[in-house]
Design a protein around this ligand. Structure first.
Ligand SMILES: CC(C)(COP(=O)(O)OP(=O)(O)OC[C@H]1O[C@@H](n2cnc3c(N)ncnc32)[C@H](O)[C@@H]1OP(=O)(O)O)[C@@H](O)C(=O)NCCC(=O)NCCS
Length: 307
């Protein structure tokens, strides 16, 4: 090796092992204009299971923004989902790991809040996002337990008796029951979910008392929304989905942490995988402890983004 070569090597060893490169321009764009594959690459980067179809559905029922770098790579996203004129949920908030803590999440969240101004909000916050949402005036309510795993059919009959498969003609009753539990009518969303789902319902005195929808999502299928007034009814409408997916990947997100419903989930192979916190700004959450035969509550969310 020449003397010159040796000099170069000693110059290299004086270089720092890493370099901070964050001084490039980031611009905002409408999420509707971005290829699904690029959105999916972003969610994969933060370890989320969304398929291109899940992103497509989110865009059909919501609005949002992305941050793009100088060569149009998607660095971050934030979305909002209107439910009626006065209320919205917020979700799909993520920043590529290499660009976190630089203010991009806050920038997109402020844009979402100004685009949806005049509404009250609810969202599901991960631990990483708590500081951001608190700084924007959100307060925490209840933990959501993300339960998932390989579904296991139960030998025991459901305590409230067999549920029946829902049909197109049940949509009105499903929407009305969801509204009572959710607190806001979300007819359009429920109709879209109903189209993609298999549903089971339970009737009492000629009226729908509980229902559970189940559709493809992420790594397998998700059960939600589920609305019921009692744990027995909730178990009765979720059981057929567990049986139908015996051995398959099933997920259910619930606020319930006591009573027979969480025990039934664990027995069915749906173990707690993660938790998030339901937070709101001006829109308190119905406490599931108030549930009763005439007081239906949401036993499972449609998704964390949709509530
Ligand atoms: C949560 C998340 C979207 C924040 O995005 P971001 O672009 O890093 O947000 P910002 O840089 O605007 O940071 C906002 C605040 O959150 C804090 N923060 C950001 N990332 C954090 C982390 N991983 N842990 C703890 N705090 C964090 C910042 O320090 C900042 O706090 P400050 O205002 O007190 O300084 C990002 O961490 C992320 O994508 N995480 C993985 C996916 C996720 O959890 N999404 C949230 C769904 S609710």
């Amino acid at each position: 090796m020449s003397e010159r070569g040796l000099e170069d090597r000693s110059a290299d060893s004086a270089l720092p092992a890493s370099l901070t490169v964050d001084a490039f321009d980031v611009r905002m764009a409408d999420i509707a204009d971005i290829d699904l594959e690029r959105l999916q690459a972003l969610s994969i980067s933060v370890g989320w299971p969304h398929r291109a179809e899940d992103w497509q559905f989110a865009r059909e029922v919501g609005h949002g923004f992305v941050a793009l770098d100088e060569i149009d790579r998607v660095l971050a996203s934030a979305m909002w989902f209107p439910h009626g004129d006065d209320f919205a949920t917020i979700g799909m908030v993520m920043t590529s790991p290499r660009l976190q803590s630089l203010g991009v999440g806050e920038w997109l969240m402020k844009r979402v809040l100004s685009a949806s101004a005049g509404r009250t909000y609810r969202l599901s916050a991960t631990r990483a996002a708590l500081a951001l949402y608190r700084s924007l005036g959100f307060i925490g309510h209840r933990t959501v337990f993300q339960c998932q795993g390989e579904a296991r059919r139960s030998d025991r009959p459901a305590p409230a008796g067999p549920a029946r498969r829902l049909e197109a003609s049940d949509l009105g009753a499903v929407t009305a029951l969801d509204t009572r539990a959710f607190g806001t009518a979300r007819d359009g969303l429920i109709a879209r979910l109903f189209e993609q789902s298999v549903g089971y319902g339970l009737e009492r005195d000629g009226a729908l008392a509980a229902f559970a929808l189940c559709r493809p999502f992420g790594r397998g299928h998700v059960v939600g929304p589920v609305v019921a007034g009692t744990d027995e009814d909730a178990v009765a409408v979720v059981s057929p989905h567990v049986d139908g997916h015996d051995g398959g990947f099933l997920r259910l997100d619930t606020h319930l942490d006591e009573g027979i419903f969480p025990l039934f989930l664990a027995r069915s192979g749906l173990r707690i995988h993660d938790t998030v916190l339901t937070m709101s700004r001006g829109a308190p959450l119905t406490d599931p402890a108030t549930r009763g035969p005439h007081r239906p509550v949401t036993y499972a969310l449609a998704t964390q983004a949709l509530g």
